[in-house]
Each structure stands twice: as structure tokens, then as C-alpha cells.
Design a protein around this ligand. Structure first.
Ligand code: PAF
Length: 334
């Protein structure tokens, strides 16, 4: 089986290490953004820390390259029989461009399952209709202390479900077709491998609900941690902070209701629980701001504003955080 991983950020390196450690007969190709990172991994492998504690104990495993490790710009058209069975796309929304998707397409055939692990929902119909595209929502915790090292900082769960093409922002203002029932062999093999790797994964017939749940969690936690420059757990440390979180939450719920997006009664508590479970974590948006990188605000809070606009309901709180976050970064580091 051939598995290609696009993106060698924390999540990409985590999946790479865990799949390599299964010692199954798989060819694992890793596509990075830069040649610098690719050559480092080719020469020194990936340094994998199985838990947060293992970092202080300096207890890591070296995962040697198990296939090709190259920058995305080096992808060439390959023969049909060398195309990937499974493609995991772990790059940030900010890198998910038409050009990037064209490069991914060189590794895909009609039987390839492409699983996208993005925050936010505006995938803007980048994927071709004939491809089997899935969304992956994961709560696995991973940190990348250096370009070729990854820490599995917390165990979580991954839910995978088929995306209906052209409906990646499938709030019910559009006609939702629902997920297909039949799953490809590749997806079943991947779930099997995931279990062998000691990770939790399941298939969902209602991936849209999982996507919008994650969107809400990100829309409340990410901008506020980035604006206040605090780890996730500190959001809960004052009633004033909780009340700002609640305002963003309630505004988004009104948008969801107007757009007929399904949500669970436990959603507010789920947000609080994520803050507790990831208390010492730097959110991805705070990390982007700290590094002077472009954030995913447009795809997270911006999506809520956009769904609201389509359904004639304003989301001024989300508009404000978009403006505040966008004004924080003055340069693009990458
Ligand atoms: O983007 C992130 O950082 C994460 O999705 C979350 C859930 C906000 C926790 O840090």
C-alpha cells in the first residue's frame, strides 16, 4: 500500500511516525514545503517523542525515511500503478491553494482516498469531482519542537467521513446530499492501520456535524487565545473571559440555527472541556501569531461570518475578531 502525507507540520509528522512504527508493508511518502526540511528528514529521520513526558526524559525514537521525502514542488506525474492508495493532507488552510491541489492530484487516481485534516470549512471546491475526498477531524495532540522532531503530546480521536463534493461548506442553505454509505477499501485499510498504530479512529456518516463542532471550538478558542496571548486553559480563569467566549459561541449558534446546521446541546461544555484538556497548549492561531505567520482566521471565524451573510444574519463579534487578528500580522513568514 502507498500512503502519501502532504505537510510535515506537527500533525503530518505524527501520522508519519505512527504509521511507520506499525512496521506494515507500506510505502510512506512525505511531501514537505521546503527542500531543507526534506533533506534533514532524509538524512536524520524523524525524531519521535511518544509522550509529553518523554521530552524531558530525552526518550525518543528515530524513524528513518520509509519512502521518498521531498518538497511538494518536486512532484512529477507518476504511473497509475505508483499512485497513492491514501493521501493525508495535513497542511494549513493557508497553504491549500489551487496550485497545491494540482500537485496533490499528480499522486491521486480515482481509487485514491484523500483525507483532509483542515481547521475551518472553506475548502472552496478545490478538489476534483472524480476524487474520493474525506474530511478528517482529529483531537490528537502534537507539537513540533524542530523541523524533524514531533511530540505526541496527547491522545485523542480521529473521525473520518466522506465530503460531498461542492458542499464542503454544506450548511443547509445548500441542499445537503449526506455522506455516501459505501466506503472505499483504502479507507477501511487506513482505519485498520490506524488501530495498529495505537490511534483511535472511526468512520462517520455525519462528518458535517463533526466539522461544525470543530469549527465552533476553534472559533471560540483560537482568536481569543491569540489576542490575549494565553494558553488554552487560561481562557477559563476569569468570568470576564468566559463571558466573551460565550458571546462568540451564542452568536455562532444563531448563525448555525439560521443556516440549519446541526449542533449538539453539549457543545458549550465541549468547548470548556477542550480548554481544560489542552490547558497548557498554545493554540494553533496563537502559534501562528507568535511566528508572524498568516493565521487561519479567514477559514474559521470568517466562515461563520460568511454563512451568516448567506442567511441574512450578522455575526459582528466574529467580524471583529477577524479584523483584530488580521491586523496583528504585518508580514508573512512563509
Ligand atoms: O487549533 C487548535 O489549536 C486546536 O484545534 C484547539 C482545539 C483550539 C486546541 O488548541
Amino acid at each position: 500500500m502507498i500512503i502519501d502525507i502532504f505537510g510535515a507540520g506537527s500533525l503530518g509528522l505524527l501520522f508519519y511516525s505512527k504509521l511507520a512504527l506499525t512496521e506494515e508493508e507500506i510505502r510512506l511518502n512525505l511531501w514537505t514545503r521546503t527542500e531543507e526540511q526534506a533533506s534533514l528528514i532524509r538524512e536524520q529521520g524523524v525524531q519521535f517523542y511518544p509522550s509529553a513526558n518523554s521530552v524531558s526524559l530525552m526518550d525518543s525514537l528515530t524513524i528513518p525515511a520509509k519512502g521518498s521525502v521531498k518538497p511538494v514542488s518536486d512532484i512529477r506525474q507518476t504511473d497509475q500503478n505508483q499512485k497513492a492508495d491514501i493521501i493525508l493532507v495535513t497542511v494549513k488552510q493557508t497553504h491549500l491553494t489551487t496550485d497545491f491541489v494540482r500537485q496533490v492530484g499528480k499522486r491521486a487516481s480515482e481509487r485514491t482516498a484523500i483525507i483532509c485534516f483542515q481547521n475551518g470549512i472553506r475548502m472552496d471546491n478545490l478538489w476534483r469531482d472524480q476524487w474520493q475526498v474525506y474530511a478528517g477531524i482529529t483531537t490528537e495532540g502534537a507539537k513540533k519542537p524542530s523541523a524533524h522532531a514531533v511530540v505526541h503530546s496527547g491522545y485523542g480521536e480521529t473521525v473520518i467521513g466522506r465530503l460531498v463534493q461542492g458542499h464542503s461548506t454544506a450548511d443547509r442553505g445548500d441542499e445537503s446530499k449526506g455522506a455516501e454509505n459505501g466506503q472505499s477499501d483504502a479507507i477501511l485499510l487506513l482505519l485498520n492501520l490506524w488501530t495498529k498504530a495505537g490511534l483511535n479512529a472511526s468512520l462517520s456518516n455525519n462528518i458535517e456535524m463533526a466539522i461544525y463542532r470543530k469549527l465552533m471550538i476553534n472559533a471560540v478558542i483560537n482568536p481569543l487565545t491569540a489576542l490575549w496571548r494565553i494558553p488554552n486553559g487560561e481562557l477559563l480563569q476569569s468570568p470576564e473571559r468566559i463571558s466573551v467566549m460565550k458571546r462568540l459561541y451564542e452568536e455562532a449558534i444563531q448563525v448555525y440555527d439560521k443556516a440549519d446546521i446541526e449542533w449538539s446541546e453539549s457543545l458549550w461544555n465541549d468547548i470548556l472541556q477542550v480548554c481544560r484538556a489542552t490547558a497548557s497548549n498554545t493554540s494553533s492561531m496563537l502559534a501562528d501569531v507568535q511566528q508572524g505567520r498568516r493565521t487561519e482566521i479567514e477559514w474559521i471565524n470568517g466562515s461563520i461570518v460568511e454563512i451568516g451573510q448567506r442567511h441574512q444574519i450578522a455575526a459582528p463579534g466574529h467580524e471583529w475578531v477577524c479584523a483584530l487578528i488580521e491586523a496583528m500580522t504585518t508580514k508573512e513568514a512563509d
